[in-house]
Design a protein around this ligand. Structure first.
Ligand code: UDP
Length: 321
């Protein structure tokens, strides 16, 4: 994939552009000579993530909550809707903002794409599969999921699912060129510092480095598939740039399934930590297995993850220090 060929002189809007993944996309598109408008309300994004771009003449920052209408003079060629809090500890704290970003927010973002005749990319999530039936793990995009709309994850899972329905509706009714990624657990530098209160991977690193107990929920046999940020960003860029991806929904994640206990042990070893691993109740509706079938990403995007977990963990542990 030749990103420069696609991006040169294009006008790109990235909602949630100051977020963990959004900021890497802003950088990649600027590097490929595009003009980037980064929209963020700092709900979970950080100005420091796009600090290196602020003086670039091709970069514009707009502070705005995408769940409220906004009008642009620019003629966008591509809109990427990345905005949404995504960390499980926020499902309890900010369920309404999450619902709004993924319903009203995507409606506003799709409206911008429609007005400008822009290509539209939506970053959906593996959470649309909820707690998948083990018969469907590794999970293909054709699996419709097993989601509890009124459980603690309902605000995120159901609004992300509604977001997908919005995309399909705009494609169908207005003929927009749309694509969707279902992103699996992604980690790397620029994960939010306050994710140490939520997500297992940064929390375990923080606990291990401080010599505190590493808090495994349940017996730690539940699994996730951890994707390093460079792999995730490469997948998203391909999804945005490649004509072959038009209309598709594609899992982007590492297909190596790891149990949470294995993750805790690996982090303890890599940080030479004296921490104890302790066991705590499993939260309600915690998915027991999560692993993508990535045949579609391989076929359409010619994409496979390259960074093994141990190597990626070394990268993020260093960054944490
Ligand atoms: N988890 C854990 N200990 C913690 C935080 C999370 O064992 O201190 C578990 C959590 O219950 C889940 C897995 O780790 O089974 C991944 O959780 P995370 O919050 O990272 O994201 P999720 O993939 O559930 O959205």
């Amino acid at each position: 994939m030749d990103l420069k060929k696609f991006a040169q002189d294009k006008e790109i809007l990235i909602t949630g552009g100051a977020g963990f993944l959004g900021s890497y996309l802003c950088e990649a598109f600027i590097e490929a000579s595009a003009k980037v408008t980064c929209l963020d309300n700092f709900a979970s994004g950080l100005a420091s993530n796009v600090d290196s771009l602020k003086d670039n003449k091709n970069f514009t920052f707009v502070e705005h909550d995408i769940s409220k209408p906004i009008y642009f003079e620019n003629k966008f060629d591509l809109v990427m809707h990345m905005a949404s809090r995504a960390s499980p500890f926020e499902f309890d704290k900010y369920p309404i903002q999450i619902l709004k970003a993924n319903t009203l927010g995507i409606w506003v973002a799709l409206g911008i794409a429609k007005k400008h005749g822009a290509r539209f990319v939506y970053t959906s999530t593996s959470e649309v599969y909820g707690n998948p039936d083990p018969k469907f793990v590794p999970t293909p995009e054709t699996y419709n999921g097993n989601v509890n709309p009124i459980g603690p994850r309902g605000c995120y899972d159901e609004s992300k699912r509604a977001g997908e329905a919005f995309v399909v509706a705009y494609r169908h009714q207005h003929g927009i060129d749309t694509r969707m990624a279902r992103i699996f657990n992604t980690y790397g530098p620029r994960m939010r510092a306050d994710d140490i209160y939520g997500r297992a991977l940064p929390r375990f690193i923080d606990q291990a480095q401080k010599g505190e107990d590493i808090t495994v929920f349940g017996d730690g046999s539940q699994t996730r598939s951890f994707t390093y940020v460079t792999d995730q960003v490469e997948g998203l860029l391909r999804l945005a740039a490649m004509d072959e991806a038009a209309g598709a929904v594609i899992n982007i994640g590492n297909n190596k399934e790891t149990s949470i206990l294995e993750l805790a042990e690996m982090i303890k070893k890599l940080t030479n930590s004296t921490s104890k691993i302790t066991f705590h109740p499993l939260p309600e509706d915690d998915p027991l297995r999560r692993c993508p079938d990535i045949s579609r990403a391989k076929k359409i995007l010619d994409w496979t993850p390259k960074v093994p977990l141990e190597e990626g963990l070394k990268g993020i542990i260093e960054w944490f220090r």
